[in-house]
Design a protein around this ligand. Structure first.
Ligand SMILES: Nc1ncnc2c1ncn2[C@@H]1O[C@H](COP(=O)(O)OP(=O)(O)OP(=O)(O)O)[C@@H](O)[C@H]1O
Ligand SMILES: [Mg+2]
Length: 364
């Protein structure tokens, strides 16, 4: 059964460290998403697992076996890329049976598996079509069945939905996840779309600059980001910089930088002494706006965008920091109005200030 392990894997391209001492274990049957900004090393890491790139250091174990000297075609992996990569001169049937054919399977086994795969991706009946005759979503379904047709147990997906339009993308996310779980394969899915990662995976790996920042379940990553970068990268987040002015057993009062206003946050973990600089992170959905109240952070509504299910409101606080909140679609929001922002002390995450500009700490 396919577990995948990366042990101290590093890869440089000239001065660029594309993978920097990466350690990761993916369990059998697990669906892992790898996210991170462009250039952080996602594709490199995936190609190292596939055997398409040789790491400078470290090793890859598949099922506990060091595959350093095993060529890609013998690693038992199926690969799906963003750009479909189907053979253009072959029809759907020929594309899907290509892998089994190269491996010399007999006609019956080959047909059975190909038929099953095409039916799983809802393409039965389209066997004779050529890739150019299919929509992007259909082509990607063919690519999936082709990757799985060799009875591969490890599926590697590199931005498989990146080239598709939004509706099809969401539909296919669900289908891929179901396929992976039904066939009990192990999947590693690279995407820069964090919503996609939250939706499809059992665990998310967040990468930054060649390194793994955090590994955790979608909920852990969303609710308990370990670093400012993860907090800012996955989902939307507001950041407020300040100084701890008071500390009681369970709450901390933080004076915002650049203003006299104060906020109260829960402070059970971490070492946040009086006088220490902190960053308070709070999600838009946990922030509310209301009438101006002395002492709580105030600002002016800067913009309000109607997005159908919500209105996205940005507020420019008096210290120049911009924050975002969502309000119900029927709300009457007036740009220019002065408001105060509110949130529950337990709905925010407190970080020690990184000591560098926030923009730098959040950058990929
Ligand atoms: N063949 C190569 N030659 C030189 N540099 C490379 C090569 N492949 C990758 N790199 C560099 O390594 C770094 C990581 O690249 P990689 O393709 O793994 O990023 P990525 O996370 O997949 O990004 P994206 O989201 O844009 O696909 C980048 O700085 C990239 O320019
Ligand atoms: Mg990539």
């Amino acid at each position: 059964m396919p577990t995948v392990e990366l042990v101290n894997v590093s890869k440089r391209f000239g001065k660029v460290v594309a993978a920097d001492n990466v350690n990761l274990r993916v369990e059998d049957g697990e669906y892992v998403a790898v996210v991170g900004p462009s250039g952080c090393g996602k594709t490199t890491t995936l190609r190292i697992i596939a055997g398409l790139i040789k790491p400078d250091e470290g090793k890859v174990l598949i099922d506990g076996v060091d595959v350093s000297d095993v060529p890609p075609e013998e690693r038992g992996v199926g690969f799906v890329f963003q750009n479909y990569a189907l053979f253009p001169h072959m029809n759907v049937w020929e594309n899907v049976t290509y892998g089994p054919w190269v491996r010399g399977w007999d006609e019956r086994r080959m047909s059975e598996v190909a038929r099953e795969m095409l039916s799983l991706v809802n393409l039965s009946g389209r066997e004779d079509a050529y890739p150019r005759e299919l929509s992007g979503g259909m082509q990607q379904r063919v690519a999936l069945s082709r990757a799985l047709a060799t009875e591969t147990r490890l599926l590697l997906l590199d931005e498989p939905l990146g080239a598709l339009d939004a509706k099809i993308r969401v539909e296919l996310r669900r289908e891929i996840r179901k396929l992976v779980k039904d066939l009990e394969v192990t999947a590693i899915h690279v995407t820069h779309d964090t919503e996609e990662a939250l939706m499809v995976s059992d665990r998310i790996v967040v990468m930054r600059r060649g390194r793994i920042e955090q590994v955790g379940s979608p909920k852990e990553i969303y609710f308990k980001p370990k670093t400012l970068f993860v907090a800012g990268f996955v989902g939307e987040m507001n950041f407020l910089e300040g100084i701890v002015t008071e500390k009681s057993s369970d709450v901390i009062t933080v004076k915002l930088e650049g203003s006299k206003e104060r906020i109260v946050v829960r402070g059970e973990d971490g070492d946040f002494r009086r006088g220490s600089r902190v960053v308070v992170a709070v999600r838009p959905e946990n922030l509310t706006i209301g009438s101006v109240e002395e002492g709580s952070p105030q600002g002016e509504i800067e913009s309000a965008f109607f997005l159908g299910s919500i209105i996205k409101v940005t507020i420019l606080l008096s210290n120049g920091v911009q924050v975002t909140t969502y309000v119900p679609p029927y709300s009457d929001v007036k740009v220019g109005e002065r408001v105060s922002i509110y949130f529950d002390p337990s709905d925010c995450i407190l970080f020690t200030h990184p000591g560098i500009p926030l923009t730098e700490a959040l950058r990929g």
